[in-house]
Design a protein around this ligand. Structure first.
Ligand SMILES: Nc1ncnc2c1ncn2[C@@H]1O[C@H](COP(=O)(O)OP(=O)(O)OP(=O)(O)O)[C@@H](O)[C@H]1O
Length: 252
């Protein structure tokens, strides 16, 4: 299996607080990798390091390497904006640009990164809205505000926005935690469909969700990677007592 991202001995800090501790982890191409663990264990910090978003917070620092297709994204010569195009992100709370229409929300990144050669913004917007299963619901009101949609639709809009700039990797930080069960199921089905084309890393509080959508699962505790493996192994046959205690609900 191809390794899309390889995290090597990676640590991250907020001031003196070390939130990620010496993590080494592969992320395989066209697979879904879930990051699980109790609140405060460093899940969000970790995935924000995978597209250099951690460093936008003042006072933070990192150490270690993250190889994207073999290239260290933390090399001095690397353009962080280009990394954030190649490694897109979807957040916990749907965050469409509030003053923009549905169309402009999806097209927003194209203004920064440019249109793929030989395409129009209309084509890209339609293709991405179809990919997230939103086209039929919004085709006749593309000029309406993005925030006029339901929460679940807004989250799919944000995924379409991330896909418009043709990323290789999609990071999802608890993408369903603000959604109802039906919208959650739609996003989970979407994730399963998208993984053919994209590599997905999802942070989730919900172990059932990890079991449903992820091929690989990484369990974090206190900033450390405790255990990583094929999802079914992590849930049915964990090697570490702490993983077992967490997945059986003894803490967290
Ligand atoms: N902006 C920040 N400034 C200072 N410390 C922070 C900041 N964000 C997170 N931390 C600290 O870093 C550690 C890891 O937090 P992080 O948000 O990555 O954990 P998490 O596993 O994603 O938690 P949750 O599941 O509650 O979102 C915690 O100790 C947290 O208090």
């Amino acid at each position: 299996m191809d390794t899309r991202l390889l995290v090597e001995d990676f640590s991250a800090w907020y001031g003196q607080t070390q939130a990620v501790k010496n993590v080494t982890l592969p992320v395989y191409a066209s697979q879904v990798t879930a990051i699980i663990g109790p609140s405060g264990c460093g899940k969000s910090t970790f995935i924000r390091c995978l597209n250099r978003l951690h460093e936008v917070i003042p006072g933070t620092r990192t150490r270690g390497r993250v190889l994207l297709d073999g290239q260290n994204i933390y090399d001095d010569r690397v353009d962080a904006a280009e990394i954030r195009r190649r490694v897109g992100m979807v957040f916990q709370k749907p965050n469409p640009f509030p003053t923009m229409s549905i169309f402009d929300n999806v097209a927003a990144g194209l203004r920064v990164h440019g249109l793929p050669p030989g395409t129009t913004a209309e084509e890209v917007v339609e293709r991405c809205l179809k990919m997230v299963g939103l086209w039929d619901e919004v085709a006749d009101r593309l000029r309406d505000s993005g925030v006029s949609l339901s929460g679940g639709q807004q989250q799919r809009l944000c995924i379409a926005r991330a896909l418009a700039v043709e990323p290789e990797v999609l990071l999802m930080d608890e993408p369903c935690s603000a959604l109802d069960p039906v919208s959650t199921l739609k996003i989970e089905e979407l994730i399963k469909g998208l993984k053919e084309k994209y590599t997905i890393v999802i942070v989730t509080h919900n172990m059932h969700q990890a079991a449903r959508v992820a091929d690989y699962t990484a369990f974090f505790l206190n900033g450390q990677l405790i255990e990583y493996g094929v999802t079914s192994d992590i849930f049915t046959n964990p090697r570490d007592q702490r993983t077992e205690d967490y997945i059986t609900g003894r803490f967290g």
